[in-house]
Design a protein around this ligand. Structure first.
Ligand code: PLP
Ligand code: COI
Length: 335
């Protein structure tokens, strides 16, 4: 079954998980076979963007086990996103148990080991109570669905061309650091524009000065410099990527690289010899070039993944599928 999942598309699986918040409390939560919900037309999720989500994956190991990668970190970031939108939170252990339950119920959809495929897990929360005024909803749904996926960008590990967007993804003191629906709505037009011009995705600059790289619409940006340093931007409007956190750890502790979180100016890319985009869906996608103001900056490693990014990629993906030992309590077994 698993060789079918070549890209990032939704396929209905057997079960989703749903929990409802009403009268100031969550119900017990349950699995359901339907992938449809019914909500009031006045729901805050529909009008005011009271919706946030997470993205994580379950992996099949060589021995056939199923495991999650850093699920508690997704649970904590989900809490932060909920708080930013004045939504009730889910305790970390409840979140992780619900994820495990949903994956287990859809066990047959977890792709086989060795195919660069995994089961993508999408927990999300929506405000669903009747509400026409702009205020937090009285009721919420916490839902998890899963779907088997392959690679997000075309072909595994092929360097892609990126376009710097003239639009902003998030405001300086806005919701950029939270994983909320509105950020992605704002990224649709810039991304379509980039794709129309033949780019794989767009890169957003910092919304205050438009001089520094922030991130792509679905992934963080990082680079390897001539002096072997892993650099990645830091900003209050970037999503704090769990993949990026893991790569920083691997770079520092397993590859002995310097790691620096610093401003990366769009007109000073010469120091970078390998560039990449990282995220749960994107995994590590090497970046061949970045076009800004009609100037195309081509990185030295643009035809294939550079040697350091390849090492980072191989270590990360081997840890995720259990081919390398878990270095830092990142793995949670499901079965
Ligand atoms: N940045 C954005 C805007 C994203 O949507 C994602 C995807 O989750 C990431 C970065 C990468 O984050 P993570 O590595 O936690 O998946
Ligand atoms: C993820 O990597 O999980 C993301 O959230 C990206 C997604 C919006 C496709």
């Amino acid at each position: 079954m698993s060789s079918k999942y070549q890209s990032f598309k939704y396929i209905k699986t057997n079960y989703s998980y749903i929990s409802v918040y009403d009268n100031q409390k969550w119900d017990e939560g349950k699995l359901q076979t339907s992938d449809k919900i019914s909500i009031p037309i006045s729901s805050t999720a529909l009008h005011y963007g009271q919706t946030c989500f997470e993205g994580m994956k379950a992996y099949r190991t060589k021995e056939g086990r199923i495991q999650l990668f850093r699920p508690e970190d997704n649970a904590r970031r989900f809490q932060e996103s909920c708080e930013r939108l004045v939504m009730p939170t889910i305790p970390v252990d409840v979140f992780v148990e619900a994820v495990k339950k949903t994956v287990l119920a859809n066990e047959s959809f977890v792709p086989d080991y060795g195919k660069n495929q995994s089961l993508y897990i999408r927990p999300f929360m929506i405000g669903v109570g009747d509400n026409v005024g702009v205020k937090p909803s009285p009721s919420y749904m916490f839902i998890i669905f899963v779907t088997p996926v392959g690679t997000y960008f075309d072909g595994p590990a092929k360097p892609v061309d990126m376009l710097v967007s003239t639009y902003d993804r998030a405001a300086p003191e806005g919701t950029g650091a939270a994983k909320v629906g509105g950020n992605y709505g704002a990224s649709l037009l810039p991304k379509e524009h980039a794709k129309h011009l033949g780019f794989a995705d767009c890169i957003f600059l910092d919304p205050k000065t438009h001089t520094k790289i922030e991130e792509a619409g679905t992934s963080n940006f990082f680079g390897i410099t001539k002096d072997n340093t892993y650099i990645t931007p830091t900003s209050p409007s970037i999503l704090n990527s769990i993949t990026n956190r893991s790569l920083k750890y691997i770079a520092k502790n397993m590859l002995n690289l310097q790691v620096e979180e610093k401003d990366i100016y769009i007109d000073q890319l010469d120091a970078i010899i390998e560039a990449g985009a990282c995220g749960t869906a994107a995994v590590i996608t090497p970046i061949a070039s970045i076009t800004f103001n009609h100037n195309k900056h081509i990185f030295p490693y643009h035809q294939e993944m550079g040697p350091t990014i390849k090492k980072l990629h191989d270590i990360l993906t081997k840890i995720q599928v259990g081919d390398l030992p878990d270095p830092n309590h990142w793995i949670t077994y499901i079965k």
